[in-house]
Design a protein around this ligand. Structure first.
Ligand code: ADP
Ligand code: MG
Length: 315
């Protein structure tokens, strides 16, 4: 029983029946919508208010769409259609019915190691595809831009004994990837608004004239990839304990902490989290981008593989 009269009408968007607002940004509203033809079921539509933007901001939207057009991976939100009217851009996207991972962290307080692995592995698959196949860096990886497909909740057969501080924590369910994973199925990376092409996936060369590329451009490519790896470290840290590695009320102090890589595995929250997970995070939250893990090193780590002693002993 949806009151459709409350949904705004947009010129040129008649094909799609807006159902509800799912999110918003500085210049956009995101709606859940249904296809009036039978080709697609439900979709998400990002309606961007062109008239509020300057030419630079408009160009950025077109760039976001152009990048998404060339992407095709199970862990990346698919672009279905793009059109515009005089006042709006309409970006029609594959719908992720679960919404933001961010809200699930709030709901569950923090994720078990198994659930965290289930999530971050999929993020890593998306990043590997972007970095190694598409020549794209995302540059805005965070729980608000990680969307998911929900799966029905399967309660634990043997609920874990509660730990101090767990009183309000919801049982995330018996862990069977894709079944009892805290209701979280497939993860999709969204929001390519800050993303950048670093090399041409057609010619497998850095963007620009081949042979004339300066070393700092080649280095720049490596650095920009490592930006995504740092962000993945922040996401993994947050999944495991429920709060981010760097925080301060003062932006100045926070910036200084990040610049120095000043974070800790805070007791008591980290006491029962495996040393292997902490080892992986420390290789991502490394200030020197040359020493920081690449996506290949990340994927090969025992904690991600699920082959470290602590994980195999627990299983
Ligand atoms: P912005 O650049 O404004 O952050 P996003 O593309 O991140 O724009 O979209 C804003 C929000 O809209 C997301 O954080 C999410 O809550 C929601 N959203 C965006 N795309 C989808 C989608 N495909 N499925 C479900 N929700 C989405
Ligand atoms: Mg966003």
């Amino acid at each position: 029983n949806i009151n459709r009269s409350k949904m705004p009408k947009y010129p040129g968007l008649e094909r799609w029946i807006l159902v509800e607002k799912m999110g918003d940004g500085a210049f956009s509203n995101v709606y859940r919508a249904k296809d009036s033809t039978t080709e697609y079921g439900e979709v998400a539509i990002k309606v961007v208010r062109k008239f509020e933007m300057n030419s630079n901001q408009r160009a950025n939207i077109l760039k976001e769409v152009q990048i998404m057009r060339n992407l095709d991976h199970p862990n990346v939100v698919k672009l279905i259609d793009f059109s515009e009217s005089r006042q709006y851009y309409y970006i029609v996207l594959e719908l992720c019915p679960g919404g933001e991972l961010f809200h699930q962290i709030v709901r569950l307080t923090y994720f078990s190691e198994n659930l965290s692995r289930h999530v971050i592995r999929q993020v890593a698959e998306a990043i590997e595809y972007l970095h190694e196949t598409s020549g794209v860096v995302h540059r805005d990886i965070k729980p608000e831009n990680l969307l998911f497909y929900p799966i029905p909740h399967v309660p634990s057969k043997n609920p874990k004994p509660q730990q101090p501080g767990d009183e309000d924590k919801e049982d995330e369910g018996e862990f069977v990837p894709g079944v009892g994973a805290g209701g979280i199925g497939k993860i999709k990376l969204a929001d390519f608004g800050l993303s950048k092409v670093i090399w041409d996936s057609q010619t497998m060369t850095p963007c620009g004239t081949v042979g004339y590329t300066a070393p700092e451009i080649v280095k720049d490519e490596r650095y920009s990839k490592s930006v995504d790896m740092w962000a993945m470290g922040c996401v993994l840290y947050t999944l495991l304990c429920g709060f981010p590695p760097f925080y301060d009320e003062s932006i100045q102090v926070l910036t200084e902490k990040v610049a120095r890589g000043q974070y800790t595995f805070l007791s008591p929250w980290w006491d029962d989290i495996s040393k292997s997970a902490q080892d992986l995070i420390s290789h991502l939250l490394t200030v020197d981008p040359e020493k920081r893990f690449t996506i290949k090193e990340f994927l090969a780590h025992p904690w991600i593989q699920g082959t470290d002693e602590e994980t195999t002993a627990a299983a």
